[in-house]
Design a protein around this ligand. Structure first.
Ligand code: GAF
Length: 381
């Protein structure tokens, strides 16, 4: 893919470009907790987005998407988001750099990737790859952390999704064979060495993406914020659901209307599950780790209501299959992938069983995506 992007750049724009790469991410556990200052447990994967970039001595930026086979041009000093357009992720990053006071000049950029499914955060990978490329092109002294924060802000302002920090963070800071135990309050992480012994992570791509996923995501975030406002009557110092102790759930239930309580309950218990899951992994206790994945799914589905019939079917079917340690929906929800931890000797049967059952129920050929925990964003020589 790297050579293809470099070649495509040379064909379109000529001069030899700088090349950057940023990976997609998985999340072991800790869903919809990042925007409530919670804990998450993601990792970068080997698949990602490549960006080729070079200055063009023009007042415009010419950007080309390899996947869409399409060019888009914008004036470096005057541009705005275009609803639903792939160019928003580049323009959004340029806007963030400018906002921070960096003077940028016109550039040419080509990007493309090999992220095989939705739910692996290709948008964060693209933003981080563009940020990494811009920083190298203009020789800016800019930290990885800043690139992560710009990517998050860019997604808010140019894509309209009020996401948390997890996805760009994992893309920027990923480490081979490690997951990142990230505290979204301090924006600091611990690298946790992951050894699944004779087991592997396998994603199942449901191949569905339900409409309104972005607006439902923003709504979930709003309901958490609404809960916090109400809970401030008994926890005056609380700023997010992270501040509510899991032992106090009964008190929380008495204070919140049921709809809000169920959403808050998910976030509060999910943060605790991340704690427990990281401990279980440290102790090589895969059985407890798997049980927490199942609890996470149930909570996301029943209480937080971000699953869908297809993801529920895949998770529920997986729980019953031999050799499956854990299975749950992954990411924002309403489609995308499940993440599964499976004993190596059961991998083949698992795929056959899931493929057949899913095809029979929904008429869709599910895809299976093996993932390995990999390095984060970088400039390629
Ligand atoms: C999406 C968001 F971008 C993340 O910030 C996170 O909230 C995730 O959904 C759910 O855990 O990927």
């Amino acid at each position: 893919m790297k050579d293809k992007i470099a070649q495509s750049f040379e064909n379109l724009f000529g001069s030899s470009p700088i090349l950057a790469f940023a990976p997609g991410r998985i999340n072991l556990i800790g869903e919809h907790t990042d925007y409530q200052d919670g804990l998450v447990f993601p990792a970068a994967v080997a698949q990602g987005i490549w960006v080729a970039i070079q200055k063009n001595n023009l007042p415009t930026c010419r950007i080309y998407s390899e996947d869409y086979s399409e060019e888009f041009v914008f004036d470096i000093n005057s541009f705005s988001p275009k609803k639903g357009h792939w160019a928003n992720y580049t323009m959004g990053m340029v806007a963030q750099f400018q906002q921070a006071g960096y003077k940028l000049e016109g550039f040419d950029l080509v990007f493309g990737g090999n992220i095989p499914a939705s739910g692996l955060s290709s948008s964060a990978a693209l933003s981080v790859a563009v940020g990494t490329a811009l920083s190298a092109l203009f020789k800016l002294e800019i930290s990885q952390k800043s690139i992560v924060l710009y990517a998050q802000k860019s997604e808010h302002l140019f894509a309209g999704v009020k996401c948390g920090i997890m996805d760009p963070y994992a893309s920027a800071f990923g480490k081979a064979n490690h997951a990142l135990l990230l505290d979204c309050r301090t924006n600091k992480h611990i690298e946790v060495a992951v050894d699944f012994m004779s087991h592997s992570l396998l994603l199942v791509n449901s191949k569905v993406k339900h409409n309104l996923a972005d607006s439902a995501y923003n709504k979930r975030r709003e309901s958490c914020e609404e809960s916090v406002k109400i809970l401030q009557s008994i926890y005056p110092d609380a700023t997010t659901l992270r501040d509510i102790p899991v032992e106090d759930l009964a008190k929380v239930q008495q204070t919140l209307p049921n709809e809000l309580f169920l959403k808050a309950k998910h976030v509060i218990t999910e943060i605790e599950r991340v704690n427990l899951a990281s401990k279980a992994l440290n102790e090589s206790d895969l059985i407890s780790f798997g049980a927490l994945l199942k609890e996470s799914h149930k909570s996301l589905s029943k209480d937080f209501e971000v699953s869908c019939v297809e993801l529920d079917f895949l998770a529920e079917k997986s729980w019953k299959l031999p050799g499956v340690i854990g299975s749950r929906m992954m990411g924002g929800g309403f489609g995308g992938c499940t993440i599964n931890l499976i004993s190596n000797e059961s991998l083949e049967t698992f795929q056959t069983e899931i493929h057949t059952a899913y095809k029979e129920k929904f008429g869709i050929d599910a895809d299976f995506i093996p993932v390995t925990l990999s390095e984060g964003a970088r400039i390629l020589s």
